[in-house]
Write a protein that binds this ligand. Sequence first.
Ligand code: CA
Length: 392
Amino acid sequence: MTSQAIERVDVFVVKAPLDIPFAFSQGWVHQRAATLVRITTKSGIQGWGEAFAQGLEPPEIAAAAVSHALVPRILGQDALSPSVLWHSMYNQTRDHGRKGSVMSAISAVDIALWDICGKHHGVPINTLLGGAFRQSVQPYATGFYRLNGQGESSRLAEEAIGHKESGFRAMKIKLGFGVRDDIAVMESIAKALDDPSIEIMVDANHAYGRRDAIRLGQALRDFDLRWYEEPVVPEDIEGYAELRRRLDVPIAGGENEHSGYGFNALFRADALDVAQPDLGSCGGFTAAKDILGMAQANGVMVNPHVWGTAIAQAASLQFISAIPVAHHSLFAAEPLLEYDISSHPFRLDLIAEPWQMVNGRVAIPTKPGLGIDINMDTIERYKTHSESFVAS
Ligand code: CA
C-alpha cells in the first residue's frame, strides 16, 4: 500500500490538577494539561500527537483549532504526506494563526502523521529524518519552580543537590523573580553544589526588559553558564541580538516562536546561540526540520524545548537524535534532553514504558514511529473533553 487514507481523528483534552501549585516567572501553575490527537488510517494504523499547553495556556484553544480548522483539511487525505498536509493546514490558518495555540494544533496533527509514517515504513521517525546521530542523550533537570516566589534560595540549593544525587550532570535554574533574588539563588546553588563539572543553564521565562536582562547576565558572568534562556520577551528580537552583543554567555530562546517563518526572523537578526523549538508548538517535525536546516546554515545550535507529556518527549527524543552538532569537533557540544522533573502524571503514566535515566543517559526509542504505546486508561482518567471525526 502506498497511501494511508485518514479515516478518523480523535481529539482529547486532558488535565491534572497539581497537589501543590508552583510558580515560574509568568505566574502560578495550578494544573498540567495537554491537547492530544489520535489519527487512525483506513488500514488501522494509529498515530499520536500533542499540542503543547504552556503553563498558562488553556488546552481547549488548540483542541478547537484541530476540530474546526484542521480536521476538514486532513480527513480522507494521505497520512504519508505530512509536508503536503502541513502546508495545507498552515495556508488555511495563516490569517488567524502562524503562532500560539493554532500552531500547537498543527504541531499535534503533524506529530501524529509522522508517527503513522514511521509505523507504515516500520522505522523510528529519526530514520525518516535522515538517521540517528546518537542512540542516547544526556538529560538536564528542569525544575527549581517556586512555592512562595522569592526568598527560596536555600530550598532551591537543596533541590540542586537532589538532582546531582539522582545522577544529573546538568540542570537549568528558573530565574526571573527579580535580579537580586536571582543572584542570591544562583550563589546559594553554586555554593551547595561546589562542583564545576555540573553544567548550569538559567531560564528567565522572559521576565525582564533589556536593561535588567543585561544586569543579570553580567552578574552571572562567573557562573560559566551553558546558556541564558528567554531573557526578554519573544517579540523583542533586537533585544536578543543586543544581549548577544553585550554578554559573553550564549543566549537561548525559541520555545515561544513558531515555524520556519518565525525562526527565520531570529536567525536573520543574529538573535540566538541556541534555538529551542518545541515539537508540540513549533509546527511539529515538518517545521522543526525547516528550523534545523536554517539553524545549521547560521551556525546556531538546536536544542529542543520540551515540557509536555510523554508524547512530546518521545517526539523530542526522535528529533534530538537526528540533530547534527552545530560546530563539529572531537568533543563537540551535543544537544541535551530537557527533563522536566515537576509533578506530571502525563509523563509517567501515559505510556507503557516511561523513560529512565541509565548511567546519566536516556535511550532513544527504536520502535517504529514515536516508539511509544499509549495507556488509554490514563487518558480516560484525566480527560475533560473529547471529540471524534470520521471520514464520510
Ligand atoms: Ca524555558
